[in-house]
Design a protein around this ligand. Structure first.
Ligand code: PMV
Length: 324
């Protein structure tokens, strides 16, 4: 085989963001808008080529021996470092051409960088004839993300690899698939771009000298996640909504990572009859989620639009990385 196409899902954080960076659990669900990567082996070549038009990378080439070296365009970083990490461990005897394409905008915060990293590791393992377990794909992909971002829990990598809905602890210390069919979730995009690492740093800085208080907040969030795991297992959406509202109060009032636009969309969802609503991810923009009974779902969507948001139609609990 000298060509393969692989796809991996995006993700939505359900509960536990920020706390999960610091040895606490979170809940994450995979969404069925997917990232795709095709890798083609180039016989008689020692070149790495990348076409990633969604992130403005076209006709990007360099010798395999220079992978990870020099100035790398932002849109090429994750793919290039993924190839470097894989080929350092499993040497490759030919060049390769990678083409990526996403079904979702990289602006939503659905985890396009992590999903493309996972696609590349999985596709290369197939072309090299190496049988990697899901945990091995997770470990290699998470290492790649940390090499570039330095920070992050890896929850997005886990969602891309395993799919479904997961109970996840920092760095993959626990990755537990929760047997649910799907969640009655509505997703609203704020139109504001957020940078995850900036927000992680902002929280840390704003609690400088008050680390004990921050630790207590994270323990409070951890307790909500543990309760939410049980609510998900019982499909108790009302309870899950209540826990999401409590999680949002920590994010907005204590950590200070919400923004007025997200607050408006969240309030509109609750007024329209959602059981619960919160921001999803680092905050500062990106998406919010609401959980609502069937009867009020259309009203919740209308409320989000009225508050200036965009409803993203996406199924959750989607399948993890797979060969296309
Ligand atoms: O901004 P997102 O959607 O990538 O979510 C970040 C969630 C954090 O907990 C703040 C960071 C992490 O890696 O877990």
């Amino acid at each position: 085989m000298n060509e393969v196409t692989v796809s991996a899902p995006g993700k939505l954080m359900l509960l536990g963001e920020h706390a999960v960076v610091y040895n606490r659990p979170c809940l994450v669900t995979a969404v069925d808008q997917r990232m795709r990567a095709t890798i083609e082996l180039l016989e008689n070549s020692q070149e790495f080529q990348l076409e990633a038009p969604d992130v403005n990378v076209t006709n990007y080439k360099k010798p395999l021996s220079d992978l990870g070296v020099g100035d790398i365009p932002k849109g090429a970083q994750f793919v290039e470092v993924a190839v470097r990490n894989m080929t350092e461990k499993y040497p490759l005897s030919s060049g390769l051409k990678i083409t990526t394409a996403s079904e979702f905008s990289s602006l939503f915060g659905f985890g396009s960088s992590s999903a493309s990293t996972v696609c590349v590791i999985k596709a290369l393992s197939i072309l090299l004839g190496i049988n990697l377990s899901k945990k091995e794909i997770f470990d290699m992909s998470y290492k790649t993300v940390l090499d570039i971002q330095k920070k992050g829990s890896g929850f997005d990598v886990a969602a891309a690899v395993f799919g479904g809905t997961l109970y996840f602890v920092t760095g993959g210390r626990a990755i537990e698939p929760l047997p649910v069919f799907s969640l009655p979730l509505i997703v609203g995009y704020s139109g504001v771009k957020a940078d995850t690492v900036t927000l992680i740093n902002k929280v840390k800085e704003s609690f400088a000298g008050r680390e004990i208080i921050l630790d207590e907040i994270y323990n409070g969030i951890k307790n909500l996640v543990e309760e939410a795991k049980i609510a998900v297992l019982k499909s108790d959406w009302q309870k899950l909504g209540d826990l999401m509202n409590q999680n949002q109060r920590y994010l907005r009032d204590d950590l200070g990572v919400s923004i007025p636009k997200l607050d408006d969309m969240i309030n509109a969802s609750l007024l329209a009859g959602a059981y619960g609503a919160k921001l999803s991810g680092a905050g500062g923009g990106d998406c919010m989620i609401a959980i609502a009974p069937k009867e009020t779902q259309e009203l919740v969507k209308a409320g989000i639009i009225q508050a200036g948001g965009e409803v993203i139609h996406v199924k959750n609990n989607a399948e993890g990385v797979r060969v296309e």
